[in-house]
Design a protein around this ligand. Structure first.
Ligand SMILES: [Mg+2]
Length: 394
């Protein structure tokens, strides 16, 4: 994905901006878990909605002739250097998957139709779906551009409600979706994943643990490949295996995530919906037409992306506490590094300088870079007075 709106001039002295304090760590280690207080018996049903092959489905609405053809929405160049962003289910039958290089996708599925991404259009449809879902419940969390979780009254008939929501999305907006329903967000999401595409899965209250038991541990959100490896060495393959490991042992092995894994294995998730609709992070990335070791080029791309991110933050009235970079090398190995500021910012120069600092600290100069990304997270509402004072001082 390449989204530039401007460039920072060369003579801007990026690294002169003072950073009061920073630390580096790996983003994926940031899973957080808050101690639950009381189990509320009055919690409703959680309805997790995921739009099926969302980008591809929107493109098919624009071009009905693409229906039932193997097609992919692409990120980056269409000339073979880009990657698959979303594959239609017909393309998936050939083994084509998100994140796959286009060359590989084409070799698996000769005749594959490549469509460039139209992000503004997807945002537009996402907003329409969100507005439609709000007519079912005011209690709604926007999880991502194509996922949302609603909480409904405990006395509804969950399957009927899920089918009604699915039907409304299809009839009013033309989009296919899958819905998982359960007594909490975690189990609703897992149920939704299992019911794809175009399905509805309800997990009756009280059966959460039994429902999860036979599933592989990687079905639990935040259990990534590194964690799966560790769990496998402990003999943990299924969620039931995980449930049998003493909680203390998991905490010793995985820190506070161990407690989350323990509760998740039992089908317990007491986290409330995050009703705030503001984004939790923003990022931009560029895939180069040719892998590069050119530091000036990498720096220039970071400056361009920092301008776009700063403008997006200003539009949304947000400032960011954390800046992160993503580097993908020729062999597809990917590095994520972040830096946290003591004072949040929406200043493009500060964002760029953090990005460049991270780049210089982490770039392996002998390795060519295929993709570079820049992002911000830990977003908070902008405190006008404080930021404007700071801008004046600068
Ligand atoms: Mg989806």
């Amino acid at each position: 994905m390449c989204l530039f709106v401007g460039r920072i001039q060369k003579n801007q002295k990026l690294l002169k901006i003072p950073l009061l304090c920073y630390f580096l760590d790996v983003i994926i280690s940031n899973a957080s878990y808050e101690e639950p207080s009381v189990i509320s018996k009055e919690r409703g049903w959680f309805i997790f909605v995921d739009l099926d092959a969302f980008y591809a489905s929107v493109e098919i609405l624009q071009h009905p002739e693409l229906k039932e053809t193997p097609m992919v929405v692409c990120m980056g160049s269409l000339q073979g250097r880009g990657v698959v962003s979303t594959a239609s289910y017909e393309a998936r039958k050939y083994g084509v998957r998100s994140g796959m290089p286009l060359r590989r996708a084409i070799s698996l599925c000769p005749g594959l139709i490549l469509v460039p991404a139209h992000h503004a259009l997807y945002e537009e449809y996402s907003a329409k779906v969100y507005a439609l879902l709000r007519t079912f419940s005011e209690r709604i969390q926007k999880v991502s551009i194509d996922e949302a979780c609603l909480e409904l009254d405990p006395h509804i008939e969950p399957e009927k409600m899920a089918l009604a929501i699915q039907k409304a999305i299809k009839e009013k907006l033309g989009l296919p979706s899958t819905i998982g329903v359960a007594s909490n967000k975690l189990v609703a999401k897992i149920a939704c994943d299992l019911a794809k595409p175009n399905g509805v899965k309800v997990v009756p209250k009280g059966t959460e643990k039994t429902f999860l038991a036979p599933l592989p541990v990687e079905k639990i959100p935040e259990v990534g490949p590194a964690t799966v490896k560790k769990l496998h060495t402990m003999g943990v393959i299924t969620i039931d295996d995980l449930a049998k490991i003493p909680e203390q042992q998991l905490i010793e092995k995985f820190g506070k995530r161990g407690r989350y894994f323990h509760l998740a294995s039992l089908g317990i998730d007491l986290s409330p919906l995050e009703l705030e609709s503001k984004p939790r992070s923003m990022s931009r990335e560029v895939t180069f037409n040719k892998d590069t070791k050119n530091l000036d080029l990498l720096r220039k791309e970071l400056c361009g992306m920092s301008q776009t991110l700063a403008e997006d933050l200003k539009i949304q009235g947000l400032v960011a506490k954390t800046v992160f970079i993503k580097l993908r090398y020729s062999d597809f190995s990917t590095l994520l590094r972040q830096l946290t500021l003591t004072s949040p910012t929406h200043n493009p120069l500060e964002i760029a300088s953090c990005g460049i600092l991270l780049l210089k600290a982490n770039l392996q100069k002998d390795r060519a870079v295929r993709l570079i990304g820049l992002g911000v997270r830990n977003l908070i509402e902008r405190n006008k007075t404080r930021i404007e004072e700071k801008e004046e001082k600068n």
